[in-house]
Write a protein that binds this ligand. Sequence first.
Ligand code: AMP
Length: 191
Amino acid sequence: MNIILLGPPGAGKGTQAAHLVESRDMIQLSTGDMLRAAKTSGTEMGKKVAAIMDAGELVTDEIVIGLIREKLEGDKKGGFIFDGFPRTLTQADALEDLLEETGEKLDAVIALAVNDEVLVDRIVGRAAEAVAAGGTARADDNEESLKVRLMEYYKKTNALIGYYHAKGNLVWVDGLAEIDDVKAEIAEALG
Ligand code: AMP
């Protein structure tokens, strides 16, 4: 089973993906995690995307499609969870082509319904928790970058709701519910 977790920053995609990895032996493909790893290890690509990511803007379709293409060639286990990808219609079309090439298909798109106030609270909370735990907050988990990230979401990613609705893949889940209830709703949607 291959699924997309769709929703703005702070909607709970990462939390739910981690649960699906454990409960269904699926593979989480988070382009955000891949890009942060490239940034940390200082690869050419990492250097190229660092400032864009910190500002909260989207990196180019070409880069993220390349990252996903590489991963689809590897082990499939219980299927892929696309977390934070696709984020544009171009990426969505590319994903469809890539899955087709590997004989796979998309089984469901789980859209997490949330509201902006909760997102800001969650992101600010996540940054505070990281610091309290002795680490550092994500460079883009600050109010200024968050504003840009939300705007990028509504301008470029929100169109995917209509796209997947039209394809018949879309399932809405209440992302404001308790984490366990969100898990249960997703489990029910996936059958
Ligand atoms: P995330 O961890 O999903 O919130 O992603 C963090 C940042 O990585 C985003 O704000 C973008 O700069 C970049 N990014 C992650 N995934 C994508 C994507 N699919 N398309 C473009 N940029 C992305």
